[in-house]
Design a protein around this ligand. Structure first.
Ligand SMILES: *Cc1c(COP(=O)(O)O)cnc(C)c1O
Length: 361
């Protein structure tokens, strides 16, 4: 597979080559069944084993304690923006949100449709270049949960200090899912779309604390209820079988690579290499994010002018370094370096950056 290019896409994104090849081998005739896994009943023994293994591995790799259930739900992270308040917010409750950027804003917008929502902190005045510290969070009485976005995919910032507050946390972890350990005791619910660190698009992985399911709202459509989804083992309706199958393979790959610790170690190494290159460029490259809040997954940077940025992206593309354009809402450049992106790809990018600077500075 020598034609694989360096893919810095923010999502869907690079998956482990070994996983892709394994899936290719098994695709037409799954384990001698005479049919593909995606042609079988989702209630049969083959898929049953696949789904069970993925669920067990999701909890194992992320280190989720026994009082959490894992759910596989369609609709991506975006549907969770609605499902969280629909299920958790009672008539007399409030929900607190950290407004840390584009994705947090989306979660806030949707939550406002379902209940009383306020901002515990707002990063807008800092242009979303940093995450808050615990002592900056302002919580009101009767707050059911504090919603955080562990990593803002577009702004390139990540939570570096988990909030130390006396209300349960709900976390959107889409873009740094399973790339570092989390303090489970602080959380009631954790969710994320799978297409950044965990697999192909098609669903969210949701971890929910079992004890809260007795108190979730019942007056919503059945698919949207966490308690029903949990009771049915995420098989209330036909699940996205291919996504679950691939997720299982990616989780197995993560485990074999050394699990969460190895993912975190690699993320620090890869992002460190890139930030060092940016910081060492004498401000030819420039990262607008506060140092402590810098994302280990989405590295954003600017060049001295928009013309140079365009040239940089075009020439990088010709050198097989793909998808380095920043999100259309903020411009600039962004390299997404999720778990499965090889270190060699980041090293190739750094080489290219240094060469480009020499010829264009
Ligand atoms: C990509 C992303 C989303 C949206 O995920 P979908 O699965 O496409 O709905 C939400 N939050 C964050 C932080 C993201 O990076």
């Amino acid at each position: 597979m020598s034609n694989r290019k360096h893919n810095f896409s923010a999502g869907p994104c690079t998956l482990p080559l070994s996983v892709l090849e394994e899936a290719q081998k098994e695709f037409v005739d799954y384990q001698g069944a005479g049919m593909s896994l995606i042609e079988m009943s989702h209630r049969g023994k083959h898929f049953d084993a696949v789904a069970n293994e993925a669920m067990v591995l999701a909890k194992e790799v992320f280190g989720a304690p026994d009082d959490f259930s894992v759910l596989f739900l369609q609709g991506g992270a975006l549907l969770q923006f609605s499902m969280v308040p629909m299920n958790l917010l009672g008539a007399n409750d409030k929900a607190a949100y950290v407004n840390s950027g584009t994705w947090a804003k989306g979660a806030i917008t949707d939550a406002r449709e379902y209940g009383n929502v306020y901002l515990a902190w707002d990063g807008e005045s800092d242009n979303f270049t940093r995450m808050p510290l615990s002592n900056e969070l302002q919580l009101e009485e009767n707050t059911r949960y504090l919603h955080i976005t562990s990593n803002e995919t577009i702004g390139g910032i990540r939570i570096h200090e988990w909030p130390d507050v006396n209300v349960p946390l709900v976390g959107d972890m889409s873009s740094d899912y399973m790339s570092r350990p989390i303090p489970w005791r602080k959380f009631d619910l954790v969710y994320g779309g799978v297409q950044k660190n965990l697999g192909p698009a098609g669903m969210a992985v949701v971890f929910v604390r079992k004890s809260i399911l007795e108190h979730t709202n019942r007056n919503i459509g059945r698919y949207l209820r966490y308690d029903i989804q949990e009771e049915k083992g995420s098989m209330f309706n036909t699940p996205p079988v291919f996504t679950i199958y691939m997720l299982g393979k990616v989780l197995k790959w993560m485990k074999a690579e050394g699990g969460l610790q190895a993912m975190e170690h690699n993320a620090i190494k890869k992002s460190g290499l890139l930030y060092d290159a940016i910081d060492g460029s004498g401000s030819f490259y420039n990262c607008p994010v506060e140092v402590a809040s810098r994302s280990h997954m989405n590295v954003v940077f600017r060049l001295p002018s928009e013309e140079l940025e365009q040239k940089f992206i075009a020439e990088a593309t010709q050198s097989d370094l793909l998808n380095l354009k920043g999100h259309r809402s903020v411009g600039g450049c962004r390299a997404s370096i999720y778990n499965a992106l090889p270190y060699e790809s980041v090293a190739a990018l750094v080489d290219f950056m240094q060469t480009f600077q020499k010829t264009n500075a």
